[in-house]
Ligand binder design. Sequence first.
Ligand SMILES: [Zn+2]
Length: 210
Amino acid sequence: MYIRIDDIAHTWCAVATGAAIPKVEAVFCYDLKDGAPLGSGLGTPNSVHIPDKALSAALDGQRVVKVVHSHPNGSENVSLSAVDLAALWNYAGVVEIDAVLLDGSWFRAVRPAESARPWNEEVLFALDAIRRATKAEARIERAICPDSSPDYALYNEIRTHVVCTALARLGKIYYETSVAQNRRMRWSAAQPLLNGWVDEVIAEYKRRNW
Ligand SMILES: [Zn+2]
């Protein structure tokens, strides 16, 4: 049942975004326990907010809420942004967030099972890890892929995917992706490059002098 509602949520977000002029992000929230829809809506080209109807569930730490949303731009920062990832801790009830592209590709981050730490500390640690990974990427991106590089367009496309992959390898999030065929073929051809970029972000993340 969860898979089916995931498919519905992905499709609805992609269709709503595809139909909107200009293209805006669409969001669909539902309860992971029973699959009940909690709310859906449209945002702006670059941001989306949890719909009012879903807000009380999203903020309730006893709930298990999933947020699916679309990214209208399939060629830039296609995966989950730092703001998207932060929703897993800024909303105590949200445990899973997906970004879906109009070609059907999707990117999913899941909050790891809670540690022994109190929730408010957990939030601080997690948000700090997201901030540091984002900052690490920003600090090194010109060095590892200058604007003049033939790979720059690819880098621009997968920058957020690099950050998410680094955070997953650091154990801060669970991260899963499903990439549409054409995109997958391009990415596979660049896999060694991509792995190197992730390694560089992790190395910068671990340099603690900033
Ligand atoms: Zn997003």
